[in-house]
Each structure stands twice: as C-alpha cells, then as structure tokens.
Design a protein around this ligand. Sequence first.
Ligand code: 4AD
Ligand code: MG
Length: 433
Amino acid sequence: MTKFTSVQEAIDKGSGKVSLRGWVFRERGSNKLKFIVLRDSSNIIQCVIKKEKFPEEKFAEADKLQIEASLEVSGTIKEDKRAPTGYEVEVDDFKVVGTCDSFPIKADQNREFLDDNRHLSLRTRRMTAILKIRSTVFGAIHEYFRGQGFYEYQSPIFQSVQCEGGSTLFRAEYFDKKDVFLAQTWQLYAEPAIFSLEKIYTIAPSFRAEKSKTSRHLTEYWHAEMEFAWSTFKAIQDHGEGLIRHVIKKVLENNSADLAVLERDLAKLKTAASKPFIRMSYTEALEVLKEKAKMKIEWGKDLRTIEEDELSKMHDTFIICSNYPKDVKAFYMMEDSEDPSTVQGCDFIAPEGYGEIIGGSQREHDIEKLKKRLVEMGEKPEAYEFYLDTRKYGSVPHGGFGMGVERLISYICGLDNIKDAIPFPRTPLRYKP
Ligand code: 4AD
Ligand code: MG
C-alpha cells in the first residue's frame, strides 16, 4: 500500500520519493509537459508530468485534467525556486480519482454567486484559511476555560422562555405547543447549574431573528458563554479579556500562513493581544464621544453601531464599556448599588470597527426586582419559575458573559462580512444551501 503524505510534509522533507493526493489547483500544459499545481488541506505544490515517461493514452488523461479534479501522484520532490511554493514533484506515476468538468467557482465572482455555491466555494484558499483559523479559535476557547477550571456544560436549544428580548426570538414548531423557542443564549439554563458545578462554559449555536441586514448579524451563530458562582463584576471582565487575548495569541502562533492568505495586518492583532483592554463606563463613553467626536448622546440611550465604531477608532485595543443605563439592558443584570440607575453589565467593543464581541453582567439576585422587570417587559413571571427558584435556594453572587464566536473570527481575519466567518451562513435572506 502506498504511504501518502500531506503536501506540507513533502515540502518539509524536501527531497526523495513522495506520494501525494489532492485536487488540481491550477493546470497548464504543452504537448510535452503538463504542470499541475496540486492542493490539499495543508498547502500547494507544483507537479510536472512529462509526456516522454508515459504511454500516449496515460498522458492524454493528465492532459485532460481540469481545476478541482482529484488525483494521486507519486514522484521525486526537489527544490525549484520558480515553483509557487519553492518545490516541484517530477511525477513517476499518477491516478485520476475524480474527474471535474469546468468547476463553477472562478476568480472575481460576486458575493451572491459564491454564497449560492457555498458548498463549492468552501474549497477556495481564502475560505480554507478562514476555516483553519476558526478551528484554532474553537480549540483555544476550550483551552482557556478548561485551563481556568471551568466545566463544559450544555443547555437545551428548545427553550420555554426568552432571555434577550422578544423581538429577536425564533418560535419553533414543537408539536401542538405554542411557547417553544430556539435558544438565544444558554444563560437561563446555565445559572441553575452553577449551584452544582460553580464554574461552567459552553460553545453552542444561538439563534436570533434579526431582521436587519448588516455585516455583523447572523440568525444562527456560535456562542461561547460562561457563568460562575461567587463572581465579581471585575472578575467577569477579567475573564473576557483573558479569553480574547488567549484566542488571538493562539491564532498568531498557529495560523500565520492563513493570516497571510487573508492579508491580515499582524501588527494590529499583536497590539490588541498585548495591550491591556481599555475600561470605561457608559457615562465616560458619552463624555469622550461628545468631546472627541462631537457626538451628543442623551444619557439613557443605548450606544448604537456608529457610536461604538467611533469609540473603537480612538483605540488600538478592545474597549470594555460598563454600567449602562438599566433600561437599555436585559432584565437579569444586577443593579449597581453605587449608582442604581445603571447595571453591572458590560460590552466588549473590538478595535477597527468590528463592534460588540462580548456582552456580560453580574446577575441580579433580588427575586422581586427580577419579577418586576419581567412584568415590565410583558413577560409572565410564572413561565420563569424554574429560573426564579435559583434565587430562592441558597442564592449566591454570580455572573458571566457570552461571546459571538463569528464576531471574533471576523475581527481576527479582518473580514468585511460576518458571513465568511461561518461555513454555511444563515441570515434573513440566506438559508440555502
Ligand atoms: O449581548 P448578547 O445578546 O448577550 C447574551 O446573550 C447574554 N445572555 C450572554 C451571557 O451573559 N451569557 O449576546 C452575546 C454576544 C454579543 O456580544 C455578540 O458578540 C454575539 O453574542 N451576537 C451575535 N453574533 C452574531 N449574530 C448575531 N445576530 C448576534 N447577536 C449577538
Ligand atoms: Mg449585547
């Protein structure tokens, strides 16, 4: 049996016999030679098939090879400065595994066409680079939380309550039941578990019926969330900062070639990963917006995208904005005892205008305040009985946050649309393939 290596392993070996398998990335030929640039998940390499070495019908097979056909080749690798990755394989034998007739994805096609053909455009070098970085990001999130002593814990996706507001709630067709929704967050089902595990995290899909078409919103996204007992508001922010730094550091360590494919400015990532995050309150944010950007926002209004972007332009690292007015934030956020018109909630705003990456808070534990805020939102507190119980039986200070994984990937990769941060994006208009 032939022992195949990856293209990268063959390049690392640099000389001698190699056997490779992959797909045609580029091809050109003359009546004497056929050049194939072969790609696999690791890299690309030029292969040359010389007519003189093969019977006529066999060379004709090579001559017919088109972009994205799959094949196995065996031959001798040697350095060749003219080849795209500095090495070339002179082919002794090859086998066409799957032919390919005019692959639909070509250079410079529009976004719509690429999205309609996502099952094929996933193979492009750009998407391959993004998917590799995505894999590092997921691994690094697990690594951070496990390293900090958190247990991985799963909440249900079918849920009987809302958590982040009714306007973005997806209703599920659940037999004859009316009030069943897709998870907006794991949070209300995570809080009960801190009483058994104390420190927990997850990475799971969340669903938001966001009707607005923006470059930052998906209807289905991956949500990295954490919750822990005995928390302080500061410790929540420290974990958010620790997590983002760890993830960026891992990508810089493992994915420099992929970041190069994406032409990402590494200096910007390195700065963001090494400098302490900027911490400011909502009230301070309004002051700097007024002073430096001539934007006058009435105290009590939520920060909009344009204001977040303006703030992010002022710094080259993340901003943690805290103590928002109570009325613009979720019902479960803890009232700040020093300033009861604000809550101990924070948003992490990424540099370069990538917007909110993390939302988190200390949780309110006063059961009466929670009930009152639910009623104000038009919710029936009865439906939240299981959640309110967490405040009845040995309640403790606790809190946590949620991080939009695709938002972080968009920022790390420097993408202009969040749709490229996930293999098969879902938006109000895009649910196929
Ligand atoms: O700020 P959000 O709504 O907070 C929560 O869901 C809390 N329950 C989290 C928690 O404390 N456990 O969402 C958290 C993050 C946002 O900061 C954003 O990065 C991301 O989720 N996010 C989205 N990402 C992509 N598409 C969307 N439609 C998103 N909505 C939120
Ligand atoms: Mg938020």
